[in-house]
Design a protein around this ligand. Structure first.
Ligand code: LMR
Length: 347
């Protein structure tokens, strides 16, 4: 027994040393710090939800914004982008932002105009003659004033992203004059102003979420819709529609919002990083929107859809038919907003 003890002690020390040196740390030390985990602990996560495809002006700008924020915060702020309505559809995203279930969204302004009627101004047909005019108006006092209206809703507006001007498509006949719309069934965004516009043309409207539109058109449940070139192209509406009129009749753009409670918890420095990245993503977005709408129109010209370019005379006929809409909106919004509308129309 006495001769066994030194051998036993020798073996015990050997095994303990092997465990410590060879396989050892986890057994003898508290769990070592994992640099990835340490990073995640202090990381700020911003979920950014939108409903369009990734390869669109909004989708690509959201991606760029995410990359810039990540890079400039040294990986401390991570923006996770959810495209195609994969997190929230357009029907619910505004409420989800207000509740803080998502930190950022970029909804079409038309989706705000039901609950917040001032936003309906942007849905007035032929309000902006061209891209420059709309950019000037929205990057100036009108844009600021509209964004401010949402602060009481727990939303802070960071920018205006544009998609561009809308066109009409349908499966029944070419849409040249207002009469041609009579009896058609259109999908529209949930804006009372857009609904009144089409009702003046004798159209029945349904406001389905964006990611259902393709199937509704394809199955024939709806005859047509209005949208920008990049949405008609990337969602392949043009493959299930026979006719398109390039009417440029209405604006489609996106105020970019962040949840206000979340925003106010961020340090001034982090707010600055976000604002700067947003400014850069916004100028990229504006250039891209114009470019994509042009390029994708060329692509569609090579497809089966028949394209009619609205003439200035036809435009005047549409505009005349739509005139009562301006009076209706001015009356319902009151003097202050009526003055904004008049300013935009140069009247
Ligand atoms: C639509 O619903 O047609 C658009 O608002 C989708 C979008 O976000 O561009």
């Amino acid at each position: 027994m006495r001769s066994f003890l030194p051998t036993f002690l020798f073996l015990l020390i050997g095994i303990l040393s092997a465990l410590y040196l060879g396989f050892g740390f986890p057994y003898f030390t508290p769990y070592a710090a994992d640099p990835e985990q340490a990073g995640l602990k202090g990381q700020i996560l911003i979920r950014f939800s939108h409903v369009v495809a990734e390869n669109t002006p909004k989708g690509r700008a959201a991606r760029l914004f995410a990359d810039l924020v990540y890079e400039r915060s040294g990986g401390r702020i991570k923006v996770e982008v959810f495209p195609n309505g994969s997190l929230y559809t357009d029907a619910v995203e505004i409420d989800e932002l207000k509740k803080g279930h998502v930190e950022m969204i970029a909804p079409a302004s038309a989706n705000l105009s039901g609950p917040f009627p001032e936003w309906g101004i942007l849905d007035l047909p032929y309000l902006f003659p061209n891209y420059e005019a709309l950019d000037q108006a929205l990057s100036g006092p009108l844009g600021e004033k509209l964004l401010k209206t949402m602060e009481k809703e727990n939303m802070v507006g960071l920018a205006f992203w544009h998609n561009g001007l809308k066109q009409v498509t349908n499966n029944v006949r070419p849409l040249i004059l207002p009469e041609d719309f009579k009896g058609l069934h259109f999908r529209i965004m949930p804006s009372p102003v857009i609904a009144s516009h089409f009702s003046l043309f004798g159209v029945k409207t349904t406001s389905a979420p964006f990611n259902q539109v393709y199937l509704l058109l394809k199955s024939g449940q709806l005859d047509g819709e209005e949208n920008t070139i990049s949405n008609i192209y990337t969602k392949r509406f043009y493959t299930v529609q026979k006719y398109m009129t390039l009417s440029n009749h209405g604006y489609l753009g996106y105020p970019v919002f962040i949840n206000r409670s979340f925003w106010e918890r961020l340090s001034k420095g982090d707010q600055e990083i976000i604002r700067e990245a947003m400014a850069e993503a916004t100028s990229f977005q504006h250039r891209l929107a114009e470019q994509m709408n042009q390029e994708q129109l060329e692509e569609m010209k090579r497809s089966a859809i028949a394209i009619h370019v609205q003439t200035p005379e036809e435009r005047d006929i549409w505009a005349k038919r739509l005139e009562p809409l301006y009076d209706e909106v001015k009356r319902s919004l009151g003097k202050e907003w009526a003055a904004e509308i008049e300013k935009l129309r140069g009247k």
